[in-house]
Design a protein around this ligand. Structure first.
Ligand code: ACO
Length: 331
């Protein structure tokens, strides 16, 4: 059989949407036993956005998705597929993807969700590019969207100070010439599933008065275990990914990490011996927006001119699973 060349993948546009309401560290001091100093020093976060009552993940996702389409002058009818990475869907089913499909009028598009913790962004980007490379789809809207404020325990200072709401999107398309996706890889280690979980309300612990009293419907995280794990696995992983792409870590023009903690980004960059200035960081404004965070940083990096055409950008994420993954994309 004649060898068929893969269809090249290109980034056509990005967008984002965050709720207007800002919750500062000072505001949190009134809710739990914490301080602006502790949060800033331990995480780098100053404030985060909170969705108003009635606004759900699909509202944020649809706005971010439309922004990416507008940026690329592509109409919703041209979309073949919508993939949404989320850990805080409106409902378990139907997914956020089909809701977005209907809200934006993407009449021809298939739509589904990817649930892979914060790494959902990289998984979704990898699935989208695989579908384009294989010739199944020509235009895929990839969205990371979260309304985490709805599933966080506002009495638990270990978690509630970290998370925020928001959505970001990237429109990928079939291109010509060089493939924009230079390398990508994802991993999972389910034996560490208790590091980050939302245990209640489904098959393992169907909702009862007891599960609600025990707060099993809220995010639980062993933050310190996650911190140590990520610092151990991510530096050799991204170094190997550069190797696979025939690149040195110094060849990456911009690093976009999951915006979980400033100290994690700093630590990984130090281990890689890459200047911190090459990392796009916006977690001070939005906190950890889980599957959305890489898209928010990519969009702002482009909007602010930190990332420009031709740049090689490393997208890296990690989260519940434990999952982690990365993609090197030429803009
Ligand atoms: N305010 C004040 N004190 C606090 C707070 C708070 N908000 N939260 C915890 N503390 C206290 C703890 O109780 C503890 O006190 P103790 O020593 O008296 O027991 C102390 O601060 C230190 O707690 P640690 O958990 O060891 O603090 P650490 O330096 O590890 O920082 C943090 C915690 C910020 C959560 C960090 O571990 C982290 O960022 N982990 C990674 C989280 C992450 O990356 N998640 C990504 C995936 S999320 C997803 O997939 C949905």
């Amino acid at each position: 059989m004649k060898h068929r060349r893969c269809t090249p993948v290109v980034l056509l546009g990005t967008g984002m949407s965050v709720p207007d309401r800002i919750l500062t560290n000072k505001d949190l001091e009134k809710i739990v036993d914490t301080s602006d100093e502790w949060i800033l020093e331990r995480t780098g976060i100053s404030e985060r956005r909170i969705a108003p009552a009635g606004e759900v993940t699909s509202d944020l996702a649809a706005r971010a998705g439309m922004a990416a389409l507008d940026a690329a002058s592509v109409s919703p009818e041209e979309l073949d597929m919508i993939i949404v990475g989320t850990n805080s869907p409106d409902k378990l089913f139907p997914g956020v993807g089909p809701m977005v499909q209907s809200m934006i009028g993407a009449s021809r598009a298939g739509a589904c969700d990817v649930q892979a913790g914060c790494t959902g962004c990289v998984y979704a980007m990898m699935l989208a590019s695989s579908g384009i490379r294989a010739g199944f789809w020509k235009k895929v809207l990839v969205i990371g969207a979260e309304a985490l404020s709805r599933i966080v325990d506002w009495k638990d200072r270990n978690t509630c100070v970290l998370f925020g709401d928001g959505a970001g999107a990237a429109l990928l398309g079939a291109g010509e010439g060089e493939d924009g996706v230079l390398a990508a890889e994802v991993h999972a280690d389910g034996s560490l599933s208790d590091y980050i979980e939302l245990p209640g309300g489904l098959a393992a612990h169907p909702a009862t008065n007891e599960t609600v009293e025990q707060g099993l419907h809220f995010v639980k995280m062993k933050g310190n275990e996650v911190f140590k794990y990520v610092n151990r696995v991510i530096p050799p992983f991204v170094r190997d990914l550069c190797d696979h792409a025939g690149l040195e870590v110094g060849d990456i023009d911009a690093w976009i990490f999951h915006q979980a903690n400033h100290r994690i980004i700093e630590g990984v960059m130090r281990r890689l011996d890459v200047p911190l200035q090459k990392a796009v960081i916006n977690l001070q404004k939005y906190g950890n927006t889980s599957a959305a965070s890489v898209f928010l940083a990519l969009h702002e990096g482009l909007a602010e001119g930190r990332i420009t055409r031709g740049d090689r950008v490393m997208l890296v994420s990690f989260g519940a699973g434990m999952t982690y993954g990365a993609m090197i994309i030429r803009i």
